[in-house]
Design a protein around this ligand. Sequence first.
Ligand SMILES: [Zn+2]
Length: 320
Amino acid sequence: MVSLDKALIALDKSGSYRVYLAVTTTIAETAREIHGTTPVATAALGRALTAGALMGIMMKQDSDKVTLQFKGDGPAREILVTAYGTCDVKGYVSNPDIDLPLVNGKLAVGDCLGIGQLTCIRDIGLKEPYLGRIDLVSGEIADDLTAYFFISDQKESSVMLGETIAESGAVQFAAGMIIQMMPDPKEGAVDALEALLRDAPPIAKLAEEARNDVLASRGAVLTEETLARETVREMLDRFFAAIPADFRPEPLEYRDVRWNCDCSRERIEAVLLSLGRAELAKLAEEDHGAELTCQFCRSRYKFTQEEILALLKGERNPKC
Ligand SMILES: [Zn+2]
């Protein structure tokens, strides 16, 4: 299914909480196609990418960058996601072939990572990036991120991430939402949200229903752009339908979110140079060249013996 991924930021009328909401179906499906993931790996990586997209829309500058690294003793080993303030997201799972039995009919996403840690690195142009680390709570990604915001940022949040996966293994819907309390919320806001969250529908199901609803009512006249926008708007309205009027969220801003890997030959050259002169000389003399694969998008970069020798001589001067 080709569709536009869209996100929205909303603030409730009382200024008590913010909502970050995104439909990320194309991001999750693109990752699956690139990495050839099994359904459970698709779900785990998709959730991490959705989390990245949601943290992307939280950032202020285009050049801001967040890296989420989930690392554990489970079969996935590591899931790494990078997102930018531009809302470009990329990611990979070390082991895309995870095969775990279903648990109560559901994908065992929590067992992919096992016992481990979530490390979050935020680079917002300061001298040093900000690094926070917590122990994984469940490996389900959403719970881990909720804990991360609470422990590391002292922010009460509720994170929902989910997906529906077709029989073929393709991602049908992927979506996520973060509800984050503002400082000094109005009395009653927390209770109203808690009541809502108790009966919250799965987020991917909400995305599917919202999209179908928009299509059914206005499908014939919608562009992809409007459909994507109306879908996230409809999700917001549906999710918060039962909240008292004082705490109803209103959209502040719509954003595009997308899969994009920013690797380039220059960057890969920088990686080669970082190996050191001895290693480079070995690659040139013993291996007569090198081939490097971008971990994020699997693009291959080939270097001949001559090109490596040129790098060694400093004939190229990569900027990054
Ligand atoms: Zn790449």
